[in-house]
Design a binder for this molecule. Structure first.
Ligand code: AMP
Ligand code: ZN
Length: 112
């Protein structure tokens, strides 16, 4: 499968890894939009939120179970935002589900 994030997870394309376990891989966004901008992704390829099912949702749960450890490692003591873009209207550019962890500054109240 020609998927950028599958290749990053496999180590075929370099990334700045910040966390990994059996089900989850997290690395720094190459174009950060906040002082901390980490992408947390399941190792399992799920294209987008629209494709979450009862059979694969444990991979998504594993992402959220990893959030506190990643946030703590990044020093996000004062909060953070998690964003998922799904589909064209949300400008999803990589079709492997991923969760943006943003923080390290006061974020905008606006989310669109
Ligand atoms: P989205 O627009 O929600 O699909 O987010 C995709 C994100 O992947 C963007 O924020 C990009 O900056 C980021 N990105 C693209 N290529 C890479 C890469 N090779 N390493 C790290 N982040 C990347
Ligand atoms: Zn993939």
């Amino acid at each position: 499968m020609d998927c950028l994030f599958c290749k990053i997870i496999a180590g075929e394309i370099p990334s700045a890894k910040v966390f990994e376990n059996e089900k989850v891989f997290a690395f720094r966004d190459i174009n950060p939009q906040a002082p901390v901008h980490v992408l947390i992704v399941p190792r399992a390829h799920i294209a987008c939120a629209d494709e979450i099912t009862a059979s694969n949702s444990e991979a998504v749960a594993a992402v959220f179970e990893a959030v506190p450890a990643v946030a703590a490692a990044e020093g996000l003591k004062n909060g953070y935002r998690i964003v998922n873009n799904c589909g064209a209207d949300a400008c999803q550019s990589v079709k492997h589900i991923h969760f943006h962890l943003l923080g390290g500054k006061q974020l905008s109240e606006k989310m669109d």
